[in-house]
Design a binder for this molecule. Structure first.
Ligand code: AMP
Ligand code: MG
Length: 522
């Protein structure tokens, strides 16, 4: 059986290709990608397939069970009339220009059109490319499970994201030093097929600007506008400016969703910023458990915490500044670029407040809301409070009668007995202010609860949940992957049968590798 996909390749047909086709590591000039063939694997095994993504691509559940599907989505067979390739890009990593990076362990298979949508299909972990630098182009099971489950969970949370079609074992062993402490071990290799309208990143443009290759830069920007921002019009200086503005707005909308659900990306380098404003490259990400603006899951960033939760909106702005620099050669004027960046910065504060208001169920206008939000953030951080449980349970607050705040959110505290004395007083004061403020709302308590429950998820992929699925998968039990996948399809629903996942991080996970400590080793 062959797979019936409506193949419509654009990227590798319209953009300049690297003329060298041998798969050796090198600097690739004046080209947007290099042709490369995925590595054949020892004994591939499909572990999970996303039924929604199958649908989106025009495939069926039977297709997913076929030998052809297994072979194509583990890189063991190339679809007829396609030419897989790795993309060339650069990036600023942790604040510094890192030069050429590129798809070191991602291989684009093809682009598919279905229901008027266009999807690029990409294998992560399918072997080395000219961009693999010192690494092997492979991915391990643990990080593949994390990317597979999280990208689909984010989609169902309403967060713009790349998607995932399939998760497979390669059958090969991969050597990794998880903690970078000189203790490498073999782990199971895996391959995720991820899917997005495009995998272009800020770094895709920066690489050409850094090389003063304005010709290729212009070709790529025009291509991006033609296929992904066509409503902006024909390429011109004006259009390029509108392009930056819209990429900026999309990126900020994305990061506000991250703040809303408590997602910390962990590695917001410019090579990990999608030009479509999608969450991309799930590596050492994590979910806030205790609400803490200073938290990052990424051990590689432990010292400076550049990509901590509270800094994410600012880092998006920093990355946009780098994108503006990359587009400058096409515009040749600083002032209009600066104006756009300044406006985006101003919009960020307003967007943050509005997001927090929706989490608190505040829909009427009140100029004191910023103060209410800031004071809440301060006490939340003094009390080690589980973000997800806190906001979900807060929806049960009543605007009339006795103020029962602490009782309502008690389950969210990691150490409820510590909420005494001055701290208890601060909490009670905050709840009193909240009640006064809620009286201004037109919605009834029930209506507000319904609205808040659409903003504040009940279920997210807590770090320990992903780790449980990984530990079971290491023992060849893949059932938890499916259980979590199903659970996270409806993150805003009560799902009383799944109440056990509406729980604080267990004590064993507090300092465990994979739960509170993640490295880029994947
Ligand atoms: P990341 O931190 O995952 O965004 O990766 C940064 C860069 O390193 C990208 O160019 C990746 O393609 C590359 N990279 C990460 N892991 C590997 C690997 N195992 N093999 C080859 N390249 C890799
Ligand atoms: Mg990356």
């Amino acid at each position: 059986m062959s797979l019936k996909l409506n193949i419509q390749d654009k990227f590798n047909k319209e953009l300049p290709a690297d003329p060298i086709t041998a798969n050796g590591r090198r600097q690739v000039m004046k080209s947007c990608f290099s042709y490369v063939t995925p590595k054949t694997t020892a004994n591939a095994e499909m572990l999970h397939v996303s039924s929604e993504m199958l649908n989106e691509l025009g495939l069926t559940v039977d297709d997913a069970k076929s030998e052809a599907f297994l072979k194509v989505f583990t890189g063991n067979e190339v679809l007829p009339n396609t030419s897989p390739f790795a993309m060339c890009y650069g990036g600023h990593q942790f604040g510094n220009w890192a030069g050429q990076l590129g798809d070191g362990r991602a291989i684009n298979l093809t682009e598919v059109e279905h229901n008027n949508k266009s999807w690029a299909l990409q294998l992560k972990g399918a072997g080395e490319t000219p961009y693999s630098r010192t690494a092997d182009g492979l991915a391990v099971l643990r990080s593949s499970i994390r990317e597979y489950l999280c990208s689909e969970a984010m989609y169902h949370l309403g967060v713009p994201t790349t998607r995932a079609l399939s998760l497979a074992l390669s059958g090969d062993q991969v050597l990794r030093d998880v903690l970078y402490n000189g203790n490498p071990e073999y782990e199971k290799g895996a391959i995720v097929c991820r899917v997005a309208p495009s995998f272009l990143r800020f770094g895709s443009y920066e690489i050409f600007a850094s090389r003063e290759d304005t010709t290729t830069l212009r070709i790529l920007v025009d291509y991006t506008i033609k296929h992904h921002y066509a409503h902006l019009g024909e390429p011109s200086k004006e259009t390029y400016l509108k392009f930056l503005k819209e990429v900026g707005e999309k990126s900020l909308a994305m990061v506000m969703h991250w703040q809303r659900v408590g997602f910390v990306h962990g590695v917001m380098n410019t090579d990990n910023m999608s030009i479509l404003g999608l969450t991309i490259d799930y590596g050492p990400y994590g979910w806030l458990e205790g609400y803490d603006h200073g938290w990052t899951p990424n051990t590689t960033d432990r010292q400076h915490k550049r990509y901590r939760y509270g800094s994410q909106p600012d880092l998006v702005l920093w990355n946009l500044y780098k994108l503006a620099n990359a587009l400058y050669p096409l515009i040749d004027e600083v002032a209009p670029l600066q104006d756009i960046l300044k406006t985006l910065q101003e919009q960020t504060d307003a967007a943050y407040l509005s997001m927090m208001q929706s989490k608190l169920g505040l829909f009427e206008k009140d100029e004191n809301d910023l103060q209410l939000v800031t004071s809440l953030e301060a006490i939340l951080q003094k009390s080690e409070t589980d973000m997800t449980i806190f906001f979900r349970n807060l929806a049960n607050f009543q605007k009339e009668g006795e103020v029962e705040g602490l009782a309502i959110v008690e389950a969210a505290f990691y150490n409820a007995i510590e909420i005494t004395g001055e701290l208890e007083g601060e909490w009670n004061e905050w709840f009193s202010n909240y009640q006064v403020r809620l009286k201004k709302e037109m919605l009834s308590d029930d209506e507000r609860k319904t609205a808040m429950n659409k903003t504040n998820p009940k279920y997210v992929l807590r770090n320990f949940m992903a780790q449980l699925a990984i530990d079971a998968a290491d023992e060849a039990d893949y059932s938890l992957i499916d259980e979590l996948y199903q659970l996270l399809k409806k993150p805003y629903d009560e799902q009383p049968e799944n109440e056990k996942w509406f729980a604080k991080r267990p004590d064993w996970a507090r300092h465990k590798v994979g739960c509170s400590m993640l490295s880029c080793s994947s």
